[in-house]
Design a protein around this ligand. Structure first.
Ligand SMILES: Cc1ncc(COP(=O)(O)O)c(C=O)c1O
Length: 399
């Protein structure tokens, strides 16, 4: 289906090049640090990874930070450290990425879904207690798009029911809840440094916790379950001797990736200032549109604007969400969707018997969601082009 002609596109934005949904901001400092690591003779987990960990712990206000090769690994190891295993249940929402629930399934535990709040797209805390059974071991709240969950309610429910809180903070680095950084609240918090995240190491993740036992267990599990400091065994201060204390995994982060992380973290506040500014422009420009709902932000949080998810008011449009995204693409603007709810995917429908309407808010929000480009590598002209294109399409296809 054609939504715009060459002439229309030229009249609206004059943009020649496609604006990708995301482009990472990798600077010369990152490149030099990676080159330094490559020349150093030590490229796997080492001093740079440990430096990244301590700077990350300081940034988030967490007692401990353990660098891992993904957020998925961080959530998986957190569940193992929390003792989650066969027949246990964990509570999360269907409005998330594949990883949040898959890590429980790997351990033969069952992800139990609770619907989302229609405004924040985060877990609806009023529905959590009804989902708790004798088998429930953990709650895995997901801070969608970087908007923090209602952590007071989650921590209260978890302490009343003796559950472990493992936050999926893949989106939420630099977000704050009531003045506390995400990463310093739940029992364990998992971050992602995937290519599209607020800071990136290409692939990578971090687990933060204030609990020394969780930190050292996750660290050990991330490197084959080997005894302490086994990562040093090829260095001058290391020893060839190690013991396997349990069958672990291979989830450690390398110094090559940590080299990126160290400099990305230094630039995080600068990145955040740009994200705040661009989100402010979108909010201002879109707030008057009939067919577009802007993201809701609770009064007691700092949103890190990892994602900028608009909600299309489909009843006011002649086109659906897929067509809206295609129309944007024809205006040379990339967009994405976060998320196709897990219960609507074939595996979950088949395995757990879910129907699309089992979680009505997740389904409703999904059908209307469009994530617009928002990242520090965009220029203000790019932001203006997104604004013009969204307004043009919303107007052209207004019902
Ligand atoms: C909500 C959420 N959780 C977890 C992940 C997994 O992160 P990673 O790719 O670092 O394993 C993602 C990745 O995009 C995500 O969006």
């Amino acid at each position: 289906m054609r939504f715009s002609t060459q002439e229309e596109r030229a009249a609206v934005t004059e943009r020649k090049a496609f604006l990708p949904y995301h482009v990472p901001s990798i600077g010369e400092d990152e490149i030099k640090e990676v080159a330094d690591t490559l020349r150093s003779g030590w490229i796997t987990t080492g001093e740079k990874t440990h430096r990244f960990e301590s700077e990350f712990a300081r940034y988030t206000g967490a007692g401990y930070a353990v660098a891992l090769n993904s957020c998925t690994a961080a959530m998986h190891l957190a569940l193992v450290a929390a003792g989650v295993g066969e027949g246990d249940e964990i509570i999360t929402t269907p409005y998330t990425f594949a990883a949040t629930a898959a890590v429980a399934i790997w351990l033969k535990a069952k992800p139990v879904f609770v619907d989302i709040d229609g405004r924040s797209f985060n877990i609806n805390c009023d529905l959590i207690e009804a989902a708790i059974t004798k088998k429930t071991r953990a709650i895995m709240p997901v801070h969608i798009g970087g908007h923090p969950c209602d952590m007071d309610s989650i921590m209260k429910i978890s302490s009343q029911h003796n559950l472990t809180v493992i936050e999926d903070a893949a989106h939420a680095l630099a977000s704050e809840y009531k003045g506390k950084m995400i990463g310093s609240i739940g029992d364990m918090t998992a971050f992602s440094f995937y290519a599209t995240k607020n800071i990136t190491t290409g692939e990578g993740g971090m687990l933060t916790t204030d609990n020394e036992e969780f930190a050292s267990r996750v660290r050990k599990l991330s490197l084959h379950g080997l005894s302490k400091d086994a990562w040093k065994r090829y260095g001058a201060s290391g020893s060839w001797y190690y013991e396997i204390e349990e069958p672990g995994f291979k989830d450690n982060l390398s110094d090559i990736m940590a080299s990126l992380g160290i400099h990305q973290l230094k630039r995080l506040d600068e990145f955040q200032a740009i994200r705040q500014k661009y989100a402010g422009i979108y909010n201002r420009e879109f707030s008057g549109l009939d067919a577009v709902g802007i993201p809701h932000v609770d009064g007691d949080v700092t949103h890190n604007w990892h994602l900028y998810i608009i909600q299309l008011k489909l009843e006011r449009l002649l086109i659906d969400r897929a067509e809206f995204i295609e129309a944007l693409r024809q205006m040379n603007i990339g967009a994405s969707v976060h998320f196709i709810p897990l219960h609507m995917h074939p595996y979950y429908a088949r395995t757990f018997g879910y129907k699309p309407d089992d979680f009505p808010n997740a389904k409703y929000v999904y059908e209307r969601a469009v994530s617009l480009p928002l990242y520090p590598a965009m220029t203000e002209d790019d932001v203006a082009d997104v604004v013009k294109s969204v307004k043009y399409i919303a107007d052209k296809y207004a019902r």
